[in-house]
Structures are given as C-alpha cells and as structure tokens.
Design a protein. Structure first.
Lengths: 115, 115
C-alpha cells in the first residue's frame, strides 16, 4: 500500500511552453500533497503544499503564477510549470500524506528538461 | 533547512561493514524524524522514522538514534550491502496538529559500498 505515482516520468519541452505534471495517490486518500524540486547533487526543496479543495501554500521565493498547483480530488494533484525556461529544468517530486498520519510517501519524480 | 553546496559528503564503506550516517537538524520544535534513501533518478524511499519521545528505534538492518539535546540524528546500517549505495537524507517535521506539516530535508550523504 501507500503508492504514489507521477506522470510523466520525464519530459523535454521548448522554452516558453507549459508542462503539466500529475501526482496520484493510488491506494489511499491524501488531503495534503507536497511538491518538491531537486537540482543535481542537492537536497529536496519544498515548493508548495497542496490541500484538496483549497489554494496551495507556496514557499518563499516560489512564484505561484509560474508554478500552478491544482488539488481537485483526494488522489490527484497537478503542477503546471508555465512558460518554462531552461532554469526550470529540474527533478520535480511530489509526496502525499494520509489524513491524520505523519508519514509521507513520495512519487518517483519527474525529470523536466527545458531546451 | 536549506540544502548547501554542490558536493554531497560521501561515506565509503566495505561490503559487510556497518555504516553510520549522521544528521544535524535545526528546529527544536520538530518531533518527528525520518530517514529516506534516494537512488539516482528516483524519488525518496522511506527507511525508518522516529518520534521525539524515543531515542532509538530499530528496523531490519537499520537503527535510528535521536539525541534531542544536541539535535542530532543518526542512521546505522548493519552489514552494508552494495544495494545500500545511494544518497541518504534525514527529514524533520512537526507532528500532526501542530501546524507546519511539510518535511524539511537535510543536505544528504552519499553512501558508497565497495564490494
């Protein structure tokens, strides 16, 4: 149990285009999901907290208009990178948290490359 | 906490030896701690967790030690195997119901197991 999937696993896009990444909890309901970004040889940096049915909470320095988060159901959160630029190239990882529990389960990540 | 630097500290051990990976956490109010293993190109994988009312917890081949006095966490891996080679991150969190529920990751340690 407690499987989190992400789609796509990797994506290459042109500068200026938008990319949507999906995060799904496959066998549990997650009222809260988190989006992280990881640059090579660095740790995971929290971008935003996504709560089902409400607006996401963004960390300082993360542009909410650039990284659009939608958490429309208890099993799905999406991150859309709008007008992507090469500096947005990174490994994007989501995690999902069961209601009332501390444990977070991570997805396999999405490698975004912006040309 | 912020991740730092471009070079992960590396611990190199011989197969069969015991490994000890250390982590200093920053928030004295954190009361839930987790160790994750991350292989290249994959999302973090849960290894073991511990709450602040404990100072030691054991799993299969792994032990986590918590010293709240000096805000230090360690992960011990017994009889290290080549498959244990990965980057290991500690993470801290406030327990459910105390507000912030996102994880804060440490900077990571690369474990290299020599056959």
């Amino acid at each position: 149990g407690a499987v989190v999937s992400q789609h796509p696993s990797w994506v290459i896009c042109k500068s200026g285009t938008s990319v949507k990444i999906e995060c799904r909890s496959l066998d549990f309901q997650a009222t809260t999901m988190f989006w992280y970004r990881q640059f090579p040889k660095q740790s995971l940096m929290l971008m935003a907290t996504s709560n089902e049915g409400s607006k996401a909470t963004y960390e300082q320095g993360v542009e909410k208009d650039k990284f659009l988060i939608n958490h429309a159901s208890l099993t799905l959160s999406t991150l859309t990178v709008t007008s992507a630029h090469p500096e947005d190239s990174s490994f994007y990882i989501c995690s999902a948290k069961r209601t009332g529990r501390d444990e977070q389960f991570f997805g396999p990540g999405t490698r975004l490359t912006v040309l | 906490g912020e991740s730092v630097g471009l070079h992960l500290p590396t611990l190199s051990v011989q197969e069969g030896d015991n490994s000890i990976i250390n982590c200093a956490y920053s928030n004295s109010a954190s009361d839930y701690f987790i160790w994750y293993k991350q292989e290249s190109g994959k999302g973090p994988q849960f290894i073991i967790d511990i709450r602040s009312n404990m100072d030691k917890r054991q799993g299969q081949r792994v032990t986590v030690l918590l010293n709240k006095t000096v805000k230090h966490l360690s992960l011990q891996i017994a009889a290290t195997q080549p498959g244990d080679s990965a980057v290991y991150f500690c993470a801290e969190n406030l327990a459910e119901g105390t507000g912030r529920r996102a994880l804060t990751f440490g900077s990571g340690t690369r474990l290299q197991v020599q056959p």
